[in-house]
Write a protein that binds this ligand. Sequence first.
Ligand SMILES: NC(=O)C1=CN([C@@H]2O[C@H](COP(=O)(O)OP(=O)(O)OC[C@H]3O[C@@H](n4cnc5c(N)ncnc54)[C@H](O)[C@@H]3O)[C@@H](O)[C@H]2O)C=CC1
Ligand SMILES: O=C(O)CCC(=O)N[C@@H](CCC(=O)O)C(=O)O
Length: 488
Amino acid sequence: MSHAAQFINGQWLEGQGALFSSLDPAKNSVIWQANAADAKQVDLAVNSAREAYYVWADLSFAERLAVVKNFALQLEANKEQLAQTIGLETGKPLWETRTEVAAMIGKVAISEKAYLERTGTVENPMPQGKAFIRHKAHGVVAIFGPYNFPGHLPNGHIIPALLAGNAVVFKPSELTPLVAELTLKLWQQAGLPAGVINLVQGEVETGKALASHRGIDGLFFTGSSRTGHFIHQQFAGQPGKILALEMGGNNPLIVKDVADTKAAVHDIIQSAFISSGQRCTCARKLFLSADQQGDLILAQLIKATQAIKIGHFDDEDQPFMGSMISEAAALSMVAAQQQLVSLGGKILVELKHIAGTGFVTPGIIDCTDVKDFPDDEHFGPLLKVFRFTDFDAAIALGNDTSFGLSAGLLSDNQADYEHFLRRIRAGIVNWNRPITGASSAAPFGGIGASGNHRASAFYAADYCAYPVASVELEQVSLPTSLSPGLVL
Ligand SMILES: NC(=O)C1=CN([C@@H]2O[C@H](COP(=O)(O)OP(=O)(O)OC[C@H]3O[C@@H](n4cnc5c(N)ncnc54)[C@H](O)[C@@H]3O)[C@@H](O)[C@H]2O)C=CC1
Ligand SMILES: O=C(O)CCC(=O)N[C@@H](CCC(=O)O)C(=O)O
């Protein structure tokens, strides 16, 4: 079943590394298999990107934009096939994967706007000439993607990188190679010159070969905090290279004084269980007041959670939650639940695994009495509840994490929100909205262990190019007055 799955210098090549497979996580059946790119092929990909970079960067922005717009047309023409492929490989229901493809298409217009607004060209007149601020591409950039949005999130680095004039070597998640292969075929059909985008597929060894390659000028990463920290260490002592890290979160959601408890439950579920809890922005810690209203919301939340429909990505009657990415991911959630129970957590809704699949049911666990609460991102549908009596103490507990990605407050009291906004430490802070579903038209990134201050989405333009300041005169000419002590 192996096939040519590496796209290097405009050619599909057989990998020379180890054989690896992708599974339909709902059935544990193999849907894709190929050999990984070995270190030599990674080297070939970086070198072909280097050659292509000069050709690509020399084009005007309008010429590059035209090719990128062709890609959007390819996405549009193949959107159902891509949505089906994402669903098959990740387990996410089609209603979600169709939204993911729509976000990929929308990324083109947003990135065009961001490029012009944040990194375009500024010209200022001077007495004898002109001053310019321009932006130039870094060169060859490596892009690493996660499995949870295998189309949209790598696309969020690739499109702005290409628009700015960079050449790309893309290493997708080893759990979603089929989506990556289809996406690259669409780039090929869009008419991108050979070598401007290269695909190296494989597991950790392929990733390490790319991240440590001396020939890359930058690396844009979306993935786990563990891998991001590893890459950050690998980049130590190379200040000349640009590194953008978009990593995980351990995100708090506080509920306080709401009139519409049903609406609050809706926002909690959208925050905690969408994508089977596999979003970096998902609420992991829910703070509910230790009073009658908190009791009522918790009772409604438990009932609604138990009623969540789970099913296959392509079920006609669409589920809210599909399978997790793998059976291993599902089992890791069971283990996380067991660990919290051993630390004093009380199960309110048990997260259960369906053996032989990646399916789990959503779980809720009361962790109010847990001592030494682990600051781990549990990347799945397990919501930890904390009951509070003091708002500031709840905010302090929300901040008690090395991460700082997203946070939210559900409250009808504006003063509470203003206080929350001042105190909470996160890059995405919402009021009376779910904390998932961030807009591509805004910056997207976190602080602490969630990122390295290189926000993505609308601000991706910033890390895709560097500014060049120029003062330009058409002729060499003497200044109107000479510096003291100079005689010519
Ligand atoms: N802040 C953000 O924008 C987002 C963050 N995430 C985070 O991503 C994680 C889920 O994605 P995963 O695919 O599990 O992430 P991951 O860290 O396991 O993998 C990401 C990429 O890094 C590669 N990789 C893994 N180890 C490597 C190494 N030692 N050297 C070089 N490359 C290596 C993988 O092959 C993959 O391509 C979660 O933690 C989630 O919170 C997911 C989406 C958005
Ligand atoms: O990158 C963008 O264009 C906007 C950010 C975005 O799409 N965020 C999504 C998914 C990210 C994740 O949580 O894995 C979200 O906030 O739900």
